[in-house]
Design a protein around this ligand. Structure first.
Ligand code: F6P
Length: 528
């Protein structure tokens, strides 16, 4: 890989600094729209399965020009090509980053034969599970995914998003937390003989998942559910450990699939069970369409790149510390949680690839709730708080009913869709326009930036495109910052310390452990 300058050493970075001081800091969106009647068209971007309105962002043509220069100088396109070609761009772990290979057509990406064989086996199994839900001697009613982080958030988010397309007789559950209340709340609602457990863990060593899997197995055996091998399957790279647990049916994937990028792999089994093989293929096809856009579109029209670059602009020049995601589709209620891992585990880094401490900020805090719920909680702060927080609205034109839904529900879905969309549009309008008032408490400053995505429908295909868009956006910002977006060393220390503290909770000598005063004091408090 050719070496590229880090962003803060580029000419474009210096140009952006000057541009920010001269025009960027004080750009007023209301004046920008008044000056340029074509602003909406100028900053609207078409991408697979979606339209994106960037016009309510604090950017102008010069900002995008300098940001595109920045991407070029930092080698974003070269890093992208290296990723797609399977080079080991995850340098701190010496791994390739090939989640895009999981959605490429046969023969078109590294490891193609293996990817397709594994996927076909996984999809055939998903169809068999769906068939067992139709009836027969041993009908299945429940599927419980046990996994955490990337082995939970992606599948959980996608299954919720695609509920209208899901098998009506199968209920999907997700257990992640090591807190036993999580699994207990699921187990009390299901019966062993009707349940399939998926133990989803890339490493098959994660404490939370191993603890929950052991609980599920003990509960299953106690309840006389039958053969463990019939009711437990695994999605993992560690087939041996799964076998030691008693699982004989394992769906594998490789270490070049990062945990938070793994819903396209065997980790997506709950999605495939919910929406079927055809639905899962559509999800992959949507992501593939976005991959192609990302790979081929010029930076100025490349939506994931533009979003990643605007993220850099806001974080490093405006100094905005967070971004709020507001999906105006209740099915996307887990999207903010999913994005928290995708963005903050990927780009929450403080050193560059060479290990040098960065003199500039990286990942913003990502947070949010589905609209309209967020409006009645924290939108007060977005409109009138002291911080400027860019907001991302995701609007979906048409609502989808579940198969077999009655007339009243279908009619209300259509009726309430108008209210939902009007709310989303009104919020972005209010953030930008504000409202002058002589009464300070009623004054809205306005000029608060937002981005709006418009999807026709939330289908497996458009969801696939949306998720891939976010993946590549995160990639773009990480490539500009010169960091390794694909490792996650920051989660390790807490795991190690937790393992040391566990015996102390079970009665070992706290005084002899040589702990800091606070941890020792708290241990005494929480120990029975
Ligand atoms: O939290 C760290 C992490 O490694 C995530 O990156 C990953 O998604 C999660 O743990 C779960 O890991 P595994 O799939 O190996 O159980």
């Amino acid at each position: 890989m050719t070496s590229f300058p880090r962003c803060d050493a580029t000419a474009a970075w210096a140009a952006l600094s000057g541009h920010f001081e001269a025009h960027g800091r004080d750009l007023d969106l209301r004046e920008a729209f008044a000056r340029d009647p074509a602003r909406f068209e100028r900053f609207g971007v078409e991408a697979p399965d979606m339209f994106c309105d960037l016009s309510k962002n604090r950017i102008d043509a010069a900002t995008l020009h300098f940001l595109a220069d920045l991407a070029r100088e930092c080698g974003v396109e070269a890093w992208r090509d290296a990723m797609l070609a399977g080079e080991a761009i995850n340098t701190t772990e010496g791994r390739a980053v090939l989640h895009t290979a999981l959605r490429a057509p046969p023969g078109e990406a590294p490891f193609s034969d293996e990817v397709h064989a594994t996927r076909e086996a996984m999809l055939a199994f998903a169809e068999a599970v769906r068939a067992r839900a139709e009836g027969g001697a041993r009908p299945l009613r429940h599927v419980v995914n046990i996994g955490i982080g990337g082995s939970d958030l992606g599948p959980q988010m996608a299954v919720a998003a695609l509920a209208p397309f899901a098998h009506p007789q199968l209920e999907l559950h997700f257990v992640s937390n090591v807190d036993g209340h999580d699994i207990a709340s699921v187990l009390r609602r299901i019966a062993p003989a009707e349940t399939l457990f998926i133990v989803a863990s890339k490493t098959f060593t994660t404490q939370e998942t191993m603890a929950n899997a052991a609980t599920a197995k003990a509960w299953f055996l106690e309840g006389g559910g039958g053969e463990v091998a019939e009711h437990f399957v695994a999605a993992t790279t560690n087939v041996e450990a799964a076998a030691r647990f008693g699982i004989t049916r394992t769906f594998g994937f490789r270490d070049w699939v990062g945990g938070r990028y793994s819903l396209w792999s065997a980790i997506g089994l709950p999605i495939a069970i919910a929406v079927g093989a055809a639905g899962f293929r559509e999800l992959l096809a949507g992501a593939r369409a976005m991959d192609e856009h990302f790979a081929a579109a010029p930076i100025e029209k490349n939506l994931p790149m533009l979003l990643g670059l605007v993220d850099v602009w806001y974080r490093n020049f405006h100094g905005f510390t967070s971004r709020s995601v507001a999906p105006y589709h209740h099915g996307l209620k887990r999207l903010p949680a999913y994005l928290q891992q995708l963005e903050m585990e990927s780009n929450g880094k403080r050193v560059d690839r060479e290990g040098r401490v960065l003199p500039f900020a990286t990942s913003a805090v990502v947070w949010g709730e589905p609209g309209t719920n967020g409006q009645h909680a924290y939108f007060q702060m977005l409109h009138q708080g002291t911080d400027t927080i860019p907001v991302e609205f995701i609007l979906v034109k048409k609502a989808d009913a579940n198969a077999g839904e009655g007339r009243a529900v279908c009619e209300s879905l259509a009726r309430q869709q108008g209210m939902l969309l009007a709310n989303g549009l009104a919020q972005s309008q209010a953030l930008m326009l504000g409202q002058k008032s002589a009464e300070p408490h009623r004054d809205f400053p306005g000029n608060r930036p937002s981005t709006t995505f418009v999807l026709d429908r939330l289908t497996p295909r458009s969801l696939g495109a949306l998720i891939a868009l976010y993946e590549h956006r995160v990639f773009t910002a990480g490539a500009v910052w010169g960091i390794d977006s694909f490792d996650q060393w920051g989660v390790e220390l807490g795991k190690v310390l937790g393992a040391r503290l566990l015996p102390l909770l079970d009665g070992a000598d706290i005084e002899a452990a040589g702990l800091d005063g606070s941890t020792a004091g708290l241990l005494r408090r929480v120990r029975g």
